[in-house]
Write a protein that binds this ligand. Structure first.
Ligand code: GLY
Length: 564
């Protein structure tokens, strides 16, 4: 008996000292390059482009156009996004190809005569779309950094659109989820239903009109989308259906190079997206606050660790609602928000034992006057050029409008504006003046394509979908590696949680947290709400010991990482 007891104690000691299951989780690895995206077809095409001598931007262009065909719930040419590019000599560039409000858009466009929000007007149908930016963005990235010819990079997407691809169980589910909405729009019904019936696993999805549109983009570049036949078809359909986007709006669209948002976390360089994304700013606020203590020593996903994170998130999202918007239109106090002094002040406002109520936590820069399907891919090539790209239609399948004759599925990104002060958007986010609708303005985003450096070498590429939860997912993956010593697979797969100030509760992954951790958090005063999944991370990490790239895609959805 005594021996048995000793034996058990030794086993427990061994198990707690060596995380056996964690050690078995191996990411994919290779010394040349890696691609991690939400779709196996797109990942394979990206890797082929690298093997053919293309660089990371070439692969990103091919992956971006392929996802528009094979991952239509978020991959797109009718939406927009952000890209961080790192060149082989360690220079970083941030490309903003976010949608913008059409010229005829105005502040109260989604309100009725009594100033009440007209239900679904900013999420479903023609009026929900901003002017798309994806084609301009991918073209501009290629113009500046691409190596292989543009037409070669579009060819795989064209062939898949023309000949079709087989729907798997995951895609059957995601198409099924929006089926009722597809029936509302004839061109959408024609593409995403089988003569009005649901698609099933094993069916072939063919997109002939989309193939023709992609051929025009292949042959004419941005003119194949923003002028000529494609632009005419978009403007015509908009005019007939109460939408706002005109040929002039399309002709006026430009992707913009921005100054990347850079800060340090525990000696690592973090490079992320500045406004009109809130991603980099909120990421910096959260990590800067946590830097004031040793997060690793609290233990991964302990209640003490989660409590500190949540209180840091609460403040950062309160600031998001108040201060953040398109910096071309409003003044965003970037330097103040990412300062270490501000983070220290926020850290010392946290009670280590008790949750604050969000109604008592306000935007914190006192000197300032009052006033969900996306997708990410990460790519690195053998010269260390890298791309971290997040783009979106906003909701799953965007506005559910396919423009007749083009196969283009349009975004419902206008919902990312604050359509009425204090009114929650589809992610429960509220906003104020800084993110009010104005003609030509870009709506505030949470997309957080990010890279990390160590000693001026590329260390990590990371990003995720998830609307408002994108930023906290990216932050946790970063911290899992930096603070908790996880490899990229462990960091990506580890259970996630999220708090965004309002609504005032912690969302947590249903199967990821022990009951006693949840009970401890309740005892501290936190409200909790379980959810199936948070984020869908696709990331690449340098393994310095083996001198190779490691990569992993979140297994919760349909993603796949490959390296060679
Ligand atoms: N549409 C989600 C975002 O940009 O945050």
């Amino acid at each position: 008996m005594i021996l048995n007891g000793v034996f058990s104690a030794i086993i427990i000691l061994i198990l707690s000292t060596f995380p056996v299951s964690a050690a078995q989780k191996k990411p994919v690895y290779g010394s040349h390059g890696a691609v991690a995206s939400a779709d196996i077809i797109a990942t394979r095409i990206g890797l082929d482009i690298l093997k053919q001598g293309g660089n990371a931007v070439d692969a990103a262009v091919a992956v971006g156009f392929t996802l528009a065909v094979t991952y239509p719930q978020a991959g797109n040419i009718g939406g927009g996004g952000f890209m961080i590019v790192r060149t082989g000599n360690n220079e970083f560039y941030a490309l903003d190809y976010r949608e913008k409000a059409p010229a005829a858009a105005h502040r109260d466009m989604y309100l009725d005569e009594n100033k009440n929000v007209i239900e679904a007007s900013s999420t479903l149908g023609y009026l929900a779309s901003g002017v798309p930016g994806t084609v301009a963005g991918l073209y501009e990235a290629h113009r500046r950094f691409g190596k292989l010819p543009w037409n070669k990079l579009l060819q795989p997407a064209i062939e898949i659109a023309e000949n079709g691809f087989e729907i798997n169980r995951y895609k059957e589910n995601s198409l099924g989820y929006r089926y009722e909405k597809f029936l509302l729009f004839p061109a959408t019904k024609a593409v995403f239903t089988k003569n009005g019936e649901k698609y099933h696993a094993g069916d072939l999805l063919v997109q002939k009109d989309l193939a023709e549109t992609l051929k025009r983009i292949r042959d004419k570049g941005t003119d194949g989308f923003y002028s000529g036949k494609t632009a005419e078809l978009i403007a015509e359909a908009m005019a007939e259906n109460n939408g706002l986007i005109t040929e002039e709006d399309l002709a006026d669209y430009n992707a913009k190079w921005r100054e990347p948002l850079e800060f340090e976390y525990r000696g690592y360089g973090i490079i992320s997206m500045p406004p009109p994304s809130s991603g980099g700013l909120v990421l910096a606020e959260i990590l800067n606050t946590l830097e004031n203590t040793d997060i690793g020593r609290l233990g991964h996903n302990s209640s003490a660790m989660i409590h500190l994170w949540v209180e840091a998130e609460r403040q950062a999202y309160a600031d998001r609602a108040e201060y953040m918007g398109d910096a071309d239109f409003v003044s965003v106090p970037v330097a103040e928000l990412i300062s270490k002094e501000y983070a220290k002040q926020n850290f010392y406002n946290i009670d280590p034992y008790f949750a604050r109520k969000s109604e008592n936590v306000h935007a914190g820069l006192k000197q300032i006057p009052e006033h969900v399907e996306t997708t990410h891919f990460s790519i690195v090539d053998e010269n260390g050029m890298a791309v971290s790209n997040t783009y979106t239609l906003n909701g799953s399948f965007g506005s559910c409008v396919v423009i007749p004759g083009t196969g283009i599925l349009m975004n419902n990104e206008m919902d990312d504006f604050s359509i009425k002060p204090g009114y929650a958007n589809m992610f429960g986010l509220i906003g104020n003046e800084a993110n009010a609708i104005e003609a030509g303005k870009r709506m505030l985003s949470s997309m957080t394509p990010t890279m990390v450096t160590r000693n001026d070498s590329l260390f990590m590429i990371v990003g995720s979908p998830g609307g408002s939860t994108i930023i906290t997912t990216v932050a946790q993956v970063l911290s899992n590696v930096i603070d908790h010593g996880m490899n990229i697979r462990e960091a990506v797969e580890a259970p996630k949680f999220h708090h965004q100030w309002l609504p005032d509760y912690i969302r947590y992954e249903r199967l990821g947290f022990p009951v006693d951790v949840l009970n401890n958090l309740r005892n501290m005063g936190h409200q909790l709400q379980k959810t199936d999944a948070l984020g869908d991370t696709h990331a690449v990490l340098w393994d310095n010991k083996h001198k190779e790239w490691t990569a992993w895609s979140d297994p919760k959805k349909n993603g796949q990482a490959l390296a060679y």
